[in-house]
Design a protein around this ligand. Structure first.
Ligand code: ADP
Ligand code: MG
Ligand code: ZN
Length: 558
């Protein structure tokens, strides 16, 4: 790789954009930048580091300016990986970018610096907007384009046998004005059996051992980093139909409880707050838009409670997305319990297990070895086969995540699912896709999912239009039902708080009053929901591929 910049030294002083009033944060960014210059002194010869543009548990990304050979100046994104990242993992990320990137909406790489254990990946800088900032402004056409380009990126990486494993809007840069897109962050990527990325053969399908407190499994040797994630995760919840279990909970009588009991084979996430750092920091952008779509009282959802002290045998009482307050057409009723079992029973189980298909975990099962399967990624975007720890995972897991993004974009809610725990995430999925359907799909990939209550599959158009405010909420007429009877249709919640001014397509009007919408949300074609249905196919074996999805009638004319 040839260095794109001349070896001229830039003055380092004033490396941070001068601001009149420097906040604590900007001072800490300054000191981070100084530390980076010290750790990798070669950088100073080439770049003037301007600001920090991204931060997670595993990397910090900076904006750097370089003077090119022809005298022009160019902007670059400098990704500084945390020094304790595994060398093979770093090399694999770099190889994905070099071999696969630079085309088809996949970010490329320009250069890489290393000094001792510090590695800085230099990429072209792409200006972009956080999806949470633009989601309510997007037209249907923009959404169509977005998902088309995301699928294009996926088709491309999947052709190389690369499974990204962390598909979410923060990793798919979007410049709304320029209509440009770029998939970033191969830090979790894995290879398929026939991957063309040599280093992914080394890190291929390395199952992650379930760890206490891990909701976003990441690179090897990642340290739990104390952070201010509590605030971030709370605020980032505001827009989510399904806030995380750890979010502040305000219960209502209408709140449906789902009793989840975990067998040892399910990862335990006690004390998930520290390890959610990565995810919540990824969502830092959300803090900018402190704009709850729903009022406070609607923020109740998924709460973990009653966890026993024994880490391997917790019973959680959770409320998956309190649909009653979200005007979602959904089932109602009493407690339901969700569990997964490996379908194939071991000899040991056959003889002595007494808990199969019950909502307890027997001692025999507690003593069993844990099932290991890759489960990296962000819980709200994890496919059912990841959540249930299916050992055979393929490129279909990225397609599922793309489906979750489309669901977000069509409903205007981001994040859509937000769970701190795999079983909560699965319960949330079942609430939308149906419990019977989930059980059936899980059976196809060798898992038994147990849910004590039937949750009907919801109509995707109805769901999205209701969340978007384009459809009257059933509860405008219907009072909340709390008797646990499952009507299968309609919901029981309160009317959400009005959308902020300027965000509502028809401010001051009932949004469903039939007025046409210049952003096209009044005429979303059936094809959009058909594609959504295929992306969110619970069964990875029948889930549409990115390549086939691009041929979907929704994309006619693109
Ligand atoms: P991490 O592994 O820590 O999540 P990412 O590669 O996802 O790191 O980058 C974190 C953030 O930095 C991204 O969400 C994006 O906002 C920003 N970023 C990364 N690469 C670029 C780039 N090439 N141009 C502009 N911004 C970028
Ligand atoms: Mg990322
Ligand atoms: Zn058992």
């Amino acid at each position: 790789m040839e260095t794109p910049v001349c070896a001229e030294t830039f003055p380092i002083d004033g490396c941070v954009k001068s601001t009149s009033k420097k906040s604590k944060t900007s001072r800490s960014v300054e000191s981070d930048i100084e530390s980076l210059y010290k750790a990798v002194p070669q950088l100073a010869k080439t770049f003037r580091i301007i600001e920090k543009i991204g931060e997670g548990t595993f990397s910090s990304v900076y904006l750097g300016e370089a003077r090119m050979r022809d005298g022009s100046r160019d902007m670059f994104a400098l990704k500084h990986l945390i020094p304790i990242s595994h060398p093979t993992r770093i090399a694999a990320e770099l190889q994905c970018l070099t071999v696969v990137g630079g085309r088809e909406n996949v970010m490329g790489v320009e250069y890489c610096f290393r000094k001792e254990d510090h590695v800085v990946i230099v990429m072209p800088y792409m200006e972009h907007q956080a999806i949470v900032d633009v989601i309510r402004l997007l037209s249907f056409e923009e959404v169509r384009l977005y998902i088309y380009h995301l699928l294009k990126a996926l088709r491309h990486i999947h052709q190389f046998g690369v499974i990204h494993r962390d598909i979410k809007p923060n990793n798919f840069l979007y410049n709304r004005k320029a209509k440009t897109f770029a998939l970033v962050d191969f830090g979790l990527a894995q290879g398929t059996a026939d991957t063309q990325i040599e280093l992914l053969k080394v890190v291929r399908q390395k199952p992650s051992q379930p760890r206490a407190g891990s909701s976003t499994e990441r690179r090897d040797k990642a340290p739990p980093k104390p952070s201010s994630s509590a605030t971030a995760s709370h605020q980032s919840t505001a827009n989510a139909p399904f806030p995380p279990s750890s979010s502040p909970t305000i219960t209502t009588p209408a709140t449906r409880k789902v009793l989840i009991k975990k067998s040892r084979s399910i990862a335990i996430t006690a004390g998930a707050s520290t390890s959610r750092t990565k995810h919540t920091k990824d969502l830092l952008g959300i803090r900018k838009s402190q704009r709850p779509v729903f009022s406070e009282r609607n923020l109740n959802s998924c709460t973990s409670a009653a966890s026993t002290t024994k880490q391997t045998n917790r019973t959680e009482s959770v409320r998956p997305g309190d649909l009653s307050n979200r005007r979602l057409p959904s089932a109602r009723g009493g407690p339901a319990s969700v569990r997964t079992h490996k379908l194939q029973r071991t000899a040991q189980q056959t003889f002595t297990c007494s808990c199969f298909q019950t909502d307890r975990v027997c001692n025999v099962c507690l003593a069993r070895k844990q099932q290991v399967a890759p489960r990296a990624g962000t819980p709200g975007f994890r496919a059912p086969e990841v959540l249930t720890k299916c050992p055979n995972q393929g490129t279909a897991i990225d397609v599922w995540s793309a489906g979750v993004i489309l669901l977000s974009l069509l409903s205007g809610r981001y994040p859509f699912f937000k769970a701190s725990d795999d079983m909560i995430a699965l319960a949330q999925i079942m609430t939308i896709r149906g419990s019977r359907e989930t059980r059936r799909a899980a059976k196809a990939f060798g898992k038994a999912v147990l849910c004590s209550r039937e949750l009907p599959r919801v109509d995707l158009r109805e769901l999205c239009e209701t969340l978007r405010g384009r459809r009257p909420s059933p509860d405008d007429e219907v009072p909340p039902v709390t008797d646990g009877k499952d009507t299968g249709k309609g919901s029981t919640g309160k009317t959400p708080a009005p959308l902020p001014k300027g965000q509502d397509p028809t401010p001051g009007e009932k949004p469903w009053s039939g007025l046409c919408d210049e952003r096209g949300w009044d005429k979303v074609p059936d094809e959009a929901y058909d594609l959504l249905d295929r992306l969110l196919d619970l069964n990875p074996n029948s889930r549409i591929t990115a390549a086939l999805a691009l041929q979907h009638p929704l994309f006619k004319g693109l």
